[in-house]
Design a binder for this molecule. Structure first.
Ligand code: NDP
Ligand code: HEM
Length: 518
């Protein structure tokens, strides 16, 4: 079914009420009865129809990024970068491609307040002539981990305690202090960018390094940056908490109302580009997701702009059922060897099959605009024409697009012994968090806000965990470590004076495995 399905409201102004099979029903609010007070007969198809649908209304929410808001839009190329990529959607200046965006918080459930301190998801789906292209970003250019094996346990520590079902500050900071490669992301999360004013006033970053391939089969490494044309606007910690209490759907309302009133938000796309040779010689490992490429080393190159101009007509059909994956790639761009990105290419389609079913690509919001032809058929909820009478095997009547499918001879070649990736922490891991701390020093009140934002959260963790995290901050900057310790201990004293706060049990103690911090 084509994507345009969603643009038309194919319903009459005054539709007749029917069963799911289209049978008109005279009274939808009455069940059949035998006599005046008798039991209900099984033949009441309408009643059973209504109940079986109601009983199945909920699908699993996303395991992360459950609370979200989305909108349709259009991407337009403004600058020629065809010397780096043969991506069809970037093939000429002025070319437009339809797209859909979903913004989300990460750790909380579907009802979580939009103003929570959390990274924000920034997921984009482009309906290109050569298939679906997803760029699944966050509003932060780095992430907490660089070994994907840590993701499930890291996420557990950001969610609810298995016994109390409460958010658990000790687990939160216990994990982060034992895995200090997270510090760069922690620095951004606890700056005021951790509580953005809705979604219009924040940037989106690929974070990962991807690969561009041009029409000569040369490849380049790239990072993507979507910079908000509205500028950056954040909430301070206490205002975010206050708004979250009064209107937990603040960001959703802000985006919907802006688009509805014609104030359509837009973002400018820039890319950073590195040749394979530059990447080999670069100071930072380009597959390390805890690092940015500083702008002075690798400048931003403008590419285009997307504008969100249409609200969804149905939240569930469009925002809840949309399925993004970093593995939804098109010719001209590919995933790199970043291990976190590699695992993401498995995890997303895997969760889509669980959350939406084996044929999730057939849900209209997920459908490519170009025709799909392959040898896969059938399966549950196969709601399309099932590829008509086309052959379901490589037949002699069919052609392959040889040129586009030819592998690139110059791509990476890997030789090595299978080994475990040990997360070794070095001084290099503290350079960029330190640069950010200094940058905050040039922005009004930002260092003070950072110290406050950390202190009112970290004070809820148990003392030995607090102590370990002070060590991490001190390694970024001794003055920062000192300020965080003083502010946090002052907040902890206030809590200790409040008898209503429950005493937290000491967790099992263990020391950092791969960290030089003790
Ligand atoms: P630059 O001065 O060239 O770039 C600074 C970047 O930091 C800008 O993109 C800016 O975004 C962003 N920024 C400003 N204030 C904050 C904040 N409080 N929290 C998070 N980001 C902020 O310097 P570098 O490229 O050397 O980067 C310095 C530090 O900035 C990095 O260590 C990293 O922590 C952070 N950063 C770097 C990015 C990059 O791609 N190089 C991207 C985002 C953050 P804006 O222009 O929108 O204000
Ligand atoms: C959502 C896994 C890291 C951005 C999700 C989902 C899973 C997942 C399972 C739910 C998808 C769905 O139900 O449709 C992982 C794993 C990671 C990882 C295993 C690391 C090993 C990241 C990173 C980013 C990111 C580094 C950003 C750069 C997002 C976004 C969504 C999401 C934006 C929401 C997509 C939507 O709006 O539907 N992730 N993730 N994730 N993830 Fe990740």
């Amino acid at each position: 079914m084509p994507y345009e399905f969603n643009e038309k409201k194919e319903v009459p102004d005054h539709p007749t009420y029917t069963t799911s099979t289209g049978c008109p029903i005279f009274n939808p609010l009455a069940s059949q009865r035998i006599g005046r007070n008798g039991p209900i007969p099984l033949q009441d198809f309408h009643l059973i129809d209504v109940f079986q649908k109601f009983d199945r209304e909920r699908i699993p929410e996303r395991v992360v990024h459950a609370k979200g808001v989305g909108a349709h839009g259009v991407f337009e190329v403004t600058n020629d970068i065809t010397k780096y990529t043969k991506m069809n959607m970037l093939s000429e200046v002025g070319k437009k491609t339809k797209m859909f965006a979903r913004f989300s918080t990460v750790g909380g459930e579907r009802g979580t307040p939009d103003t929570a301190r959390d990274p924000r998801g920034f997921a984009l789906k482009f309906y290109t002539e050569e298939g679906i292209f997803d760029m699944v970003c966050n509003n932060t250019p780095v992430f907490f981990i660089r070994d994907p094996a840590k993701f499930p346990v890291f996420i557990h520590t950001q969610k609810r305690n298995p016994q109390t079902n409460l958010k658990d500050a000790t687990a939160f900071w216990d994990y982060l202090s034992l895995n200090p490669e997270s510090i760069h992301q922690v620095m951004i999360l606890f700056s005021d960018r951790g509580t953005p004013y809705g979604v219009r006033f924040m940037n989106g970053y690929s974070g990962h390094t991807y690969k561009f391939v041009n029409d000569k089969n040369e490849f380049f490494y790239c990072k993507w940056h979507f910079i908000s044309d509205q500028g950056i606007k954040n909430l301070d910690n206490d205002t975010a908490a206050e708004i979250g209490g009064k209107n937990p759907d603040f960001a959703g309302q802000d985006l919907f109302e802006a688009i509805e009133s014609g104030d359509c938000p837009s973002w400018t796309l820039y890319v950073q580009i590195m040749t394979p040779k530059q990447a080999e010689q670069y100071h930072y490992n380009i597959f390390d997701l805890t690092k940015v490429w500083p702008h002075k080393d690798v400048p931003l190159i403008p590419v285009g702009k997307f504008t969100l101009n249409r609200n969804p007509t149905n939240y569930f059909a469009e925002v809840e059922q949309v399925a993004f994956s970093p593995s939804h790639m098109v010719p001209g761009i590919d995933v790199s060897a970043d291990p976190v990105l590699q695992v993401r290419t498995f995890s997303y389609p895997d969760t889509h099959r669980h959350r939406l079913g084996a044929n999730f690509e057939q849900i209209p919001i997920n459908c490519p605009v170009n025709p799909v032809f392959n040898y896969s058929r059938d399966g549950p909820m196969n709601v399309g024409a099932n590829q008509f009478d086309l052959p379901n095997y490589p037949s002699s009547t069919q052609k392959l697009d040889k040129e586009k499918n030819e592998p690139d001879a110059e791509h990476e070649r890997w030789i090595g012994k299978v080994t475990y990736h040990m997360d070794e922490l070095t001084d290099v891991d503290f350079e960029q968090p330190r640069a950010l701390w200094k940058l905050m020093g040039k922005q009004k009140d930002q260092q003070d806000h950072f110290v406050y934002n950390v202190s009112v959260h970290l004070c809820n963790a148990i003392p030995n965990v607090r102590e370990r995290q002070y060590g991490v901050f001190s390694r970024v900057d001794p003055e920062l470590g000192k300020r965080i310790r003083e502010a946090t201990e002052a907040e902890a004293k206030k809590i200790a004076g409040n008898e209503t706060v429950p005493v937290k049990p000491e967790p099992h103690q263990f020391e950092p495995q791969n960290s030089t911090l003790k």
